[in-house]
Design a protein around this ligand. Structure first.
Ligand code: ZN
Length: 279
């Protein structure tokens, strides 16, 4: 299989467009001075979306790893204690909050990212990526049982990033859609304040001053075609938020626009568009 870097520009473009986007609008950002551009798809960004869900999963994978978790914990429920899977999830959520408070009071630091996953029978369990003070499994199991949920609690050490990402990928990329739909409006992923999930999802260059942004109502692929094929721009990369970036051609006089939105983009490159300036 060809790697992404060995593809021609056309192939690359087709490849990007094949990563279906659910939206029919974008924010096009242009830096007129350097002619750099970013096409930001305004997609729904929900787990339930067949198109956005996997992208969201990959993004959360990076975020969780960025937080350097030290332990994996799995908190299960004793299904007989609950009427429905939803009832179990609500009680587990409340119990987990108490468990975190008790852990902090007894052992010290407890920071986490928690992700739900449903068993085949529809009942949930909570995966916790934890960092902080060591917690004895027996203590955890006793607490979890005393909170009325169940006594099955697993905890193990995170040895390396690869092992961690494999473990997290299992439920962030596969079952996420089904889980988020079943537990809605509960959040699929919850993060404690001290667990840093900061990853840079936008191009670093977008922080430079002088960028202008316009809202464009057109298919993401059409906008890319205009920027890359019609304008003859260079394609320089894709970001985790689904945006695509590049650099416009040195000579804009040969570019032909036909649609009103294309004129809007072209004007931005020329530095006289009505786009909003970024601060
Ligand atoms: Zn979507």
């Amino acid at each position: 299989m060809a790697t992404e870097s060995s593809l021609t520009l056309r192939e690359k473009l087709t490849f990007i467009k094949s990563r279906v986007y659910c939206c029919k609008a974008s924010l096009v950002r242009v830096h007129p001075e350097s002619r750099r551009w970013v096409d930001v798809p305004l997609s729904c960004k929900t787990w339930g979306c067949a198109k956005c869900g996997p992208r969201l999963g990959r993004l959360w994978l990076r975020r969780i790893i960025a937080g350097n978790p030290e332990r994996f914990m799995t908190l299960s429920c004793h299904t007989k204690r609950f009427l429905t899977p939803r009832d179990a999830a609500l009680k587990m959520k409340a119990a987990f909050e108490v468990l975190v408070r008790r852990s902090r009071a007894t052992f010290g630091v407890f920071e986490y990212t928690a992700v739900w996953e449903l068993f085949k029978n529809g009942y949930p369990h909570l995966h916790i990526l934890q960092k902080g003070t060591y917690l004895p499994q027996k203590w955890l199991s006793r607490q979890w049982d005393s909170l009325g949920v169940g006594y099955i609690v697993n905890i193990k050490k995170v040895h390396n990033t690869r092992q961690c990402s494999g473990y997290v990928a299992k439920y962030l990329l596969k079952g996420a859609r089904r889980t988020s739909e079943a537990l809605r409006p509960m959040r699929l992923v919850q993060v404690s304040r001290g667990y840093s999930t900061e990853v840079n999802t936008e191009a670093p260059m977008a922080r430079d001053p002088g960028w202008k942004t316009v809202f464009i109502k057109a298919e993401f692929g059409e906008i890319l075609d205009f920027l890359v094929v019609n304008m003859g721009s260079e394609l320089t990369g894709e970001n985790d938020d689904g945006s695509v970036e590049g650099r416009g051609p040195p000579d804009l006089s040969k570019v032909k626009a036909t649609e009103p939105w294309q004129y809007k983009i072209l004007e931005l490159f020329k530095g006289d568009g009505d786009g909003e300036s970024d601060h």
